[in-house]
Design a protein around this ligand. Sequence first.
Ligand SMILES: [Zn+2]
Length: 134
Amino acid sequence: MLPFVPAGRTDGTPSGLTSSATSASVLVFWSYSGLSRRWETALVRLRIGHTLLTHGFLMERAHPPYCDDCLVPLTVRHLIVKCPSLGDLRRRHLSEYRKGDGSYSLSQVLGEEACSVGGNTLSYVEEAGLLQKL
Ligand SMILES: [Zn+2]
């Protein structure tokens, strides 16, 4: 199949971008991060707040899930930084992302540093048994 070339362009580069800028952005996007495919997928889902565990009901035409322990709607925020039943595990793995008021920063927990290879968030998610469910 031939690549799509916008009218008026001969190199396929979207208007406003030079071909070297496009190449650089593609290389950054596709650079090897060292993360497993499963964790990369889970991480994207966690960051957009849309996981199989929290939104799988949409495919099954079922009711939205609730946390079995807290009886509140099951969300990524609840799983990662709120649910008290995961509090011990959270303190063990994510204590450095705790704010002054004792709450956890979701943006830091799901940030680049915490989610890198050997980062704390993957350890937390794995030990909580969540990785297969995201
Ligand atoms: Zn809960």
